[in-house]
Design a binder for this molecule. Structure first.
Ligand code: HEM
Length: 508
C-alpha cells in the first residue's frame, strides 16, 4: 500500500512537471506563431479562422464537404490581389498569380521545390512512396542527374516510336465502346479512359501488359488509394492518428507495398535481361535502371531510388491524362458546335484510316486547341510550389525570405486560368484562345508547370490524348447522360466528379 502511495506521489509530481513543461513548450510555440504572423502579416490575406490553425479550418471544411479548394484560392486571389498570404500553424503560404514573378521563380533553377510539401510526399503513412524520384527530388544535382538520364525516353524521336502502342491501346478502347454502343448501355468514360492510360504507361514505360479493359487488376484501385492517401497525408497532419481513419491508412500502406513490390519484380526482370545481353527497349524502365548506380556498387538505397521512379511514373503518367480526356469529353458534350468543328477536322485529317501517324497529329491543330483549352479550365495537376530563402519584392509586396520549410510560394494554374484578368470571359470554353495566331498567354497558363521542373511527360501525354480523342471522334457519337453534375472533384489532382457518363452510338 505504502509503495503504491509512493508511486502515486511520484506520478503526480511527474505529471505536474510534465504539464508545466508542455505548457511552456506550448507557450513558446505560440510565441513562434506570433513571430511568423508579425513577419508576414503585412502581406494581404483573408482573416484567419484561428490564431493557431490559421486558415486550415476553412480549407478542411471545403475538403470534408467534397468541395474544390482551388475555388477558394481563386476567390481569395480576386479579393486580395496577385500576392496574398494564408497561414496554418507556423507555416506561411504566399499565393502568387503575378506573371512576372511566376516567370522569374518557375523558370529559374535557383528556387527549389518547397520542402514541406515535397518532403511529405517522400512517404505515405510510414511507407516510402515517391521517395527521391523525379517529382520530389529537391536537391538540384540529384534531380538533374535523373532528368538528364530520363530525357532520351521522352525525345521526339523516341516518342514517334510509341505511336504503335498508342494506336493499339486506343483501339482496345474503341472495341469496348463498340460493346457499349451495341448494347445501348451507359459508359463511364472516366473509368474507361483511366484503363487506357494505365495500360499505355504500364506497357510503354515498363513493358507490362495489363489489358485493363478486358482483365481485372489490383493496380487501378491501388493507384486510386495512393492518390487519395496523398491528399490527406499532405493536407492534414493529424489524419493518420485519428482512429476512424485506421482502416483507410492500412489500405493505403498496402497499396504502396503493391506498387513497390511489383516495381521490384519488373526491375529485377529487366536487369537480368540486360545482364544477359538481351536487346531491351530504351524505354523509361531502362532509363530508371540507369539512374541508379552501376551493377557492382548497387546499394539498398539505389534499389529504393529506382522504385521511387517506378512509382513516380506509374502515378504521374496516368491519371492526369485520363482526367484531361474525361474533362475534354465532358466539355465537348456540353458544346455541340465545338464538337462538330473538331470532328470535321478529324474527318479531314484521318478519314477512314485505322492507324493515326505522328504526322497526322501535327495536322490536328483544332484538336490541340481543344485539349489546351480543356487544361485551362480543368488543369488536372493544378499547382506547384517553391521555396525562397532570400527576401523578394513581388508586385510591390515585400516577401521576407523563409527559414527552411516555413514559407512556401504557390502557383496555381486553376486560379490563373479562371481569372478575367488573364482570360476574357474565363468560364467560357473557347478553344480559339489557343489559335496558332492568337497571342500566347504570358505566364498565366501552366498546366504542366514551367521551367526546369516542368512536366517531363507533356509531349507524351498530349500525343496519347490526341490519338485517343481522334479515334473516339472518328468512330462514335457521344452524348452526356442528362442530370449528371459538371463539378470538379479535388483529389489533389482534379477529375470530373460525375465520371462523365455517356450514351455511345456508332457514327453513320
Ligand atoms: C495531362 C497530363 C499531365 C499533366 C497535366 C501533368 C502535369 C504535371 C505538372 C503540373 C508537373 C509539375 C509537378 C510539380 O511541380 O510538383 C508535372 C511533373 C512531372 N510529370 Fe507530368 N503531367 C501530365 C502527364 C504526365 C505523363 C504522361 C508523364 C510520364 C509519362 C508525366 C511525368 C512527369 C514527371 C516525371 C514530372 C516531374 C518532372 C521533373 O521535376 O523533372 N506527366 N506534370
Amino acid at each position: 500500500m505504502a509503495v503504491f502511495q509512493l508511486l502515486l506521489g511520484l506520478g503526480a509530481n511527474a505529471l505536474l512537471i510534465l504539464s508545466v513543461f508542455l505548457f511552456i513548450a506550448f507557450l513558446l510555440y505560440c510565441l513562434y506563431i506570433k513571430y511568423m504572423h508579425m513577419k508576414y502579416d503585412h502581406i494581404p490575406g483573408p482573416p484567419r479562422d484561428s490564431f493557431i490553425f490559421g486558415h486550415s479550418a476553412t480549407l478542411s471544411r471545403i475538403m470534408k464537404s467534397g468541395g474544390n479548394v482551388h475555388e477558394k484560392f481563386l476567390e481569395w486571389s480576386e479579393t486580395y490581389g496577385p500576392v496574398y498570404r494564408i497561414n496554418g500553424l507556423h507555416l506561411v503560404t504566399v499565393c502568387v498569380t503575378c506573371p512576372e514573378a511566376t516567370k522569374e521563380i518557375l523558370m529559374s533553377p535557383k528556387y527549389p521545390k518547397d520542402k514541406f510539401v515535397y518532403n511529405r510526399l517522400f512517404g505515405l503513412f510510414g511507407r516510402r512512396f515517391f521517395g527521391l524520384g523525379l517529382i520530389t527530388a529537391q536537391n538540384h544535382e540529384l534531380w538533374y542527374k535523373q532528368r538528364r538520364i530520363m530525357d532520351p525516353a521522352f525525345s521526339s524521336l523516341y516518342l514517334r516510336g510509341l505511336m504503335g502502342i498508342f494506336n493499339e491501346r486506343a483501339e482496345k478502347l474503341m472495341d469496348k465502346l463498340t460493346e457499349f454502343a451495341d448494347n445501348k448501355t451507359e459508359a463511364n468514360m472516366l473509368h474507361l479512359l483511366n484503363c487506357v492510360t494505365l495500360d499505355v504507361i504500364a506497357k510503354v514505360a515498363f513493358g507490362m501488359d495489363l489489358d485493363l479493359l478486358q482483365k481485372s487488376s489490383p493496380f487501378p484501385k491501388a493507384i486510386e488509394l495512393c492518390l487519395k492517401g496523398m491528399v490527406y497525408y499532405a493536407r492534414d497532419l493529424f489524419f493518420e492518428y485519428n482512429p476512424k481513419n485506421r482502416r483507410f491508412v492500412k489500405d493505403v500502406r498496402e497499396a504502396c507495398d503493391l506498387l513497390r513490390t511489383t516495381g521490384a519484380q519488373v526491375i529485377q526482370k529487366r536487369k537480368t535481361a540486360m545482364q544477359n545481353g538481351e536487346d531491351v527497349p530504351k524505354d523509361i524502365l531502362t532509363q530508371i535502371i540507369k539512374t541508379a548506380a552501376t551493377e557492382e556498387n548497387m546499394t539498398k538505397e539505389d534499389e529504393e531510388f529506382m522504385l521511387d521512379n517506378f512509382v513516380t511514373f506509374f502515378i504521374a503518367g496516368q491519371e492526369t491524362t485520363a482526367n484531361q480526356l474525361g474533362f475534354c469529353v465532358m466539355a465537348l458534350g456540353r458544346h455541340p458546335e465545338i464538337l462538330e468543328k473538331v470532328r470535321k477536322e478529324v474527318d479531314d485529317v484521318i478519314g477512314m484510316k485505322q492507324d493515326i501517324s505522328y504526322d497526322d497529329l501535327g495536322k490536328l491543330v483544332y484538336l490541340s486547341q481543344v485539349l489546351k483549352e480543356t487544361l485551362r479550365i480543368y488543369p488536372t495537376a493544378p499547382g506547384t510550389s517553391r521555396q525562397i530563402e532570400e527576401d523578394m519584392v513581388i508586385d510591390g509586396v515585400h516577401i521576407p525570405g523563409g527559414i527552411s520549410c516555413m514559407l512556401k510560394l504557390t502557383f496555381d494554374s486553376y486560379v490563373t486560368g479562371r481569372m478575367e484578368r488573364f482570360f476574357k470571359d474565363p468560364l467560357k470554353f473557347d478553344p480559339d484562345r489557343f489559335h496558332p495566331d492568337a497571342p500566347k498567354p504570358y505566364y498565366c497558363y501552366y498546366p504542366f508547370a514551367l521551367g526546369p521542373r516542368s512536366c517531363l511527360g507533356q509531349n507524351f501525354a498530349q500525343m496519347e490524348a490526341k490519338v485517343v480523342m481522334a479515334k473516339l471522334l472518328q468512330r462514335f457519337d457521344f452524348t452526356l447522360v442528362p442530370g449528371q453534375t459538371f463539378d470538379i472533384q479535388d483529389t489533389g489532382t482534379l477529375r470530373p466528379k460525375s465520371g462523365v457518363i455517356c450514351y455511345i452510338k456508332h457514327r453513320k
